[in-house]
Design a protein around this ligand. Sequence first.
Ligand code: NAD
Length: 366
Amino acid sequence: MPRFTAHGLHAATKLIVTAMGSNGPEVEEVADHLVRANLAGHDSHGVGMLPAYVRLLQAGLLVPNQTPETVLDAGALLVIDARRGYGQRMTGNAVRAAIAHARAHGACILAFRNSAHIGRIGTYGEMAARAGMAFIGYVNVSDHHDVQAPFGCGQPRLGTNPFCTAVPGPDGNPVLLDMATTTIAAGKARVAHNKGVAVPPGALIDAEGQPTTDPTPFIRDHIGALLSFGGHKGSGLAVMCEIMAGAVAGGQRAGEPEKGGILNSMLAVVIDLARLGDPAAIARAVGETTAHIRSARPAPGVSAILLPGEPERRAAAERMDQGITIDPQSWADITEAAGKLGLSAAALEAAASSNATGWVPGRLAE
Ligand code: NAD
């Protein structure tokens, strides 16, 4: 299995994003985001997305260096249309603007529309939490065939519609819930297909609506659907992500004519905790809540009680130390996509295997 240091993978990612035509700040933001997603353990939203991004670029469905449209800037309301811009950069800029608005007005409602794939939503929750803000994000996925079967549906009708909430904690780390509203993210089915392994039971249905664990027909032929997590309750959250990001924020909706792209829209709420009370006292209260939860006897078979965001921080520490393994199929796909941009496999391999330094993960999120 190809294994690279995070720095090497970051250098290789920068080569590809540069070859896609992005300017320096966009290259930095996209590469930082993708490699940090791998570090967090979410290979589904890391550098393995690059082949899809190259496909979108070449189809005119992802626009590097896009100038987003500010549709409304009215106190605590901010409406931005990203016009298919490179998602990590468009969203990073939009959330930074929402943080500034929240600083000025106490809170900001950000209606963010029609960005090319925005990646790991937790990145934006982390950004807000580092600025002393709480963050809630309802996200939908459109311009793409439906993949999620809501409760009671035998066919897909929604995207994987992620949801995120982040609040700063007492140790400088946020409590960070960041999840697809499907049992597994679609990218995890792609990674399972690439590795030739089954997905967990309860995650997928086939063309007839019957349970299956084989990801291949779903990934290769778009047959079947991912199930919502948590029965009717998770399905309800997926429906509300669709409605908040689509009907309310004004982004493209599931069921509208699609071009085979990946668009994300998001209704986000950013709250300046310093305007609600003493941020240190709020962080202390968060710590008391998490300590209370941790004080429980672990369930049988559970070695440690973890809070949302902890598995990602543990994975990041381990992968920063031991490197990031990319499965051979995903690396072959990345190499092929780089080739379409005129980059040789040797150049990519050399960057990925280099002793590159100088990257400070997450610095852009400060
Ligand atoms: P996941 O199931 O691995 O984790 C979901 C949440 O549960 C996380 O907050 C995690 O910290 C927490 N968690 C995991 N294990 C835990 C444990 N043992 N104890 C306590 N908490 C635990 O995540 P996922 O649903 O597979 O989503 C993966 C990524 O995909 C996310 O970053 C999400 O933003 C991203 N995503 C993006 C899109 C998009 O269109 N841009 C769509 C779907 C998902």
